[in-house]
Design a protein around this ligand. Structure first.
Ligand SMILES: Cc1cc2nc3c(=O)[nH]c(=O)nc-3n(C[C@H](O)[C@H](O)[C@H](O)COP(=O)(O)OP(=O)(O)OC[C@H]3O[C@@H](n4cnc5c(N)ncnc54)[C@H](O)[C@@H]3O)c2cc1C
Length: 436
């Protein structure tokens, strides 16, 4: 009998499998319908011997020390600051838009102070910031919006920025200095020997059994388990009862070139030309040395693997209906990007999984909690987006039955793995902010 059946071997499922096995001595069956672990962060060596990311470039960055420390148990790191170039008006300019971008694009010689004024002169203030278009136009005006954002967003999401929630373009900053790094997080690094190797280290515990090439529905009746953690698409779990939650997908085209370097930077965005959005050259990310190089072109599309939850209000509303069903499903925990229908980065998914683990540990009456520490003083626990976790849905009676109980009487949450420092930094989930 397994204590947990975990569906999905990506960051969410693997973090939970590792914690449950190593900290609570639980027996875990981890199942994935793909033929590999790692979920969308999976990397592998291609026929030319180049380490590639099969599902598009994955750059690790976080402000969460607990998340970084946790993953550091399973990998060494290679320091890496990501940089992106945009091909606009036939020029290659740095993005996020910064001082160099504007000076180069318009042949100017502005200072940072000048640029602030320049932005103010072109910005079109909006009474209400509702859509992605509002975000950009209110900051940098229509012309830069057209050059850098509109076409890219239309390709990426298949709809105009005026139809997308503000959060999409709010993720992309503009700067008046010359900082051309894509992220400014405190921790920016790539797993030294790749993501897959890191996942192998996470999942090496003897209590974890892994079943690949298997949809969980094929084995759910035959493999005995007490509880389930589900990290696949939430609408699929409920047989699309309320209809399909929309996802955006991608088609990847890999190309290997017989030369050491193909393009002048790790990623080149093409906001206005071609059907693809960007081209990534992996060797910049991984630091690998070779006489050959592999790049990937990304073509957004509706059909295919579900990659990006589409951030529109009507979709959020539809998800809420599924979230109610999830709440009402005993002994199943929903975690990760697809099961919570959130546009999370890797670090946010790890933070969410660690927080969930803390709550499982708290409510698991079979174990003692010698290191238990208060991480939230209110009666509500918050996840990465500040969305309330649903304590009644994750509070189990620890014996495999479906009975429910609330958090401890004081209304305080306790977690084994998250120690607080009094500044809210103890709960990894609360410490992570969306940055990309
Ligand atoms: C193109 C792209 C680029 C990205 N770049 C970055 C980046 O640079 N930095 C960053 O931080 N984040 C990035 N992300 C986000 C990152 O991929 C996710 O945050 C992270 O991988 C989510 O992990 P997860 O475990 O929630 O989901 P996933 O990695 O999607 O894992 C879910 C797993 O569940 C399995 N599964 C689903 N249904 C079933 C079923 N019925 N039975 C069995 N198995 C099932 C799937 O096969 C999958 O392996 C990117 C995402 C994409 C798509």
């Amino acid at each position: 009998m397994f204590d947990y059946l975990i569906v999905g071997a990506g960051f969410a499922g693997s973090t939970l499998a590792e914690r449950l096995a190593s900290q609570l001595n639980k027996k875990v069956m981890l199942v994935d319908k793909r033929n590999h672990i790692g979920g969308n962060a999976y990397d592998r060596y291609d026929d030319a011997g180049i380490l590639i990311h099969q599902y598009g470039p994955h750059i690790f960055h976080t402000n969460s020390k607990p998340v970084f420390d946790y993953l550091s148990e399973f990998t060494k790191w290679r320091a890496y600051q990501h940089r992106v170039i945009a091909c606009v008006d036939g020029q290659l300019v740095p993005i996020p838009i910064n001082l160099d971008t504007i000076n180069q694009l318009y042949g100017l010689n502005l200072s940072s102070n000048d640029l602030e004024k320049w932005f103010a002169s072109v910005a079109e203030p909006r009474a209400e910031i509702r859509t992605s278009e509002d975000v950009v136009i209110s900051k940098v005006g229509r012309e830069l919006y057209e050059k850098f954002f509109r076409g890219y967003t239309r390709k990426q999401w298949g709809v105009d920025p005026s139809e997308l929630d503000a959060c999409v373009t709010a993720r992309v900053p503009t700067r008046t200095n010359r900082d051309n790094r894509y992220f400014t997080d405190a921790y920016q690094a790539m797993p030294l020997r790749g993501y897959t190797r890191m996942f192998e280290n996470m999942l090496g515990h003897q209590n974890i059994k892994i079943l690949l090439n298997t949809d969980y529905k094929e084995i759910i009746e035959t493999i005995p388990f007490k509880k389930m953690i589900y990290t696949g698409p939430v609408d699929e779990y409920f047989d699309f009862r309320y209809g399909k939650l929309p996802y955006r997908s991608l088609r990847f085209e890999f190309e290997t070139h017989d030369k050491p370097v193909y393009q002048p930077g790790p990623v080149i965005n093409y906001p206005n030309d071609y059907a693809y959005t960007r081209v990534t050259e992996f060797k910049y990310l991984t630091g690998q040395e070779s006489n050959k190089t592999t790049v990937v072109y990304e073509y957004p599309q509706d059909e295919g693997d579900p990659y990006y939850p589409v951030p529109r209000q009507e979709n959020a509303d539809l998800y809420k209906r599924y979230a109610v069903l999830a709440d009402e499903t005993p002994d199943v925990y929903f975690a990760g990007r697809l099961a919570t229908y959130k546009y999370y980065n890797m670090d946010q998914v790890v933070a969410q999984a660690l927080t969930l683990f803390g709550k499982i540990a708290e409510h698991d009456t079979e174990i003692a909690l010698p290191m238990a520490t208060t991480v939230s003083s209110g009666s509500r626990l918050t996840d990465v987006d500040g969305v309330a976790f649903r304590p009644q849905a994750i509070a189990r009676n620890g014996n495999g039955h479906n009975g429910r109980r609330r958090q401890n009487g004081s209304g305080k949450a306790r977690s084994q793995n998250a120690k607080t420092d009094g500044k809210g930094n103890g709960d990894p989930a609360r410490y992570v902010k969306p940055t990309s």
